[in-house]
Design a protein around this ligand. Structure first.
Ligand code: FES
Ligand code: FES
Length: 158
């Protein structure tokens, strides 16, 4: 199968790549663009560690073809910090001890960002529901929920 050229915007930067027809968005980000913050886990849409934000909506990038990203905007974990400062969600995850191995963390934080973009002050139930597609095998989730709640509080003060 021959590769096809695509153009997309990743973390605010226009990028071009040659992709295989069956190549996933996870593979495009990690293998072609060097953005290894997006993790490859189950590969079948179950774990959420490959979550990115595509045109404002979270997607499991393992279930999206790279070709489907043509002309679209992708936000990965590498695009969250700005001006050398961690995003409040990233800071809150560190401060709350919500990161152990870290494998789930990029996807968790992007799902949390998408949640806070829609519900800036979510309840505990709304946080739990918003993160329900993201699995963590280390933390037991309590610290993660706490981190998202802390970040929401800090962001509302800003
Ligand atoms: S790697 Fe995509 S959902 Fe698990
Ligand atoms: S911190 Fe290890 S999977 Fe979540």
């Amino acid at each position: 199968m021959s590769k096809q050229a695509i153009t997309l915007t990743v973390n605010g930067v226009v990028r071009q790549a040659l992709v295989e027809p069956n190549q996933t968005l996870t593979s495009l980000l990690r293998d072609e663009l060097g953005l290894t913050g997006t993790k490859h886990g189950c590969g079948v849409g179950d774990c959420g560690c490959c979550t990115v934000i595509l045109d404002g909506e979270t997607v499991n990038s393992c279930l999206v073809l790279a070709l489907q990203a043509q002309g679209r905007e992708v936000l990965t974990i590498e695009g969250l910090a700005s001006g050398g400062e961690l995003h409040p969600l990233q800071r809150a995850f560190v401060d709350a001890g919500a990161i152990q191995c870290g494998f789930c963390t990029p996807g968790m934080i992007l799902s949390a960002k998408a949640l806070l973009d829609v519900i800036p002050q979510p309840s505990r139930e709304e946080i739990t529901k918003g993160l329900s597609g993201n699995l963590c095998r280390c933390t037991g989730y309590e610290k993660i929920v706490e981190a998202v709640s802390d970040a929401a509080a800090k962001m509302s003060e800003a």
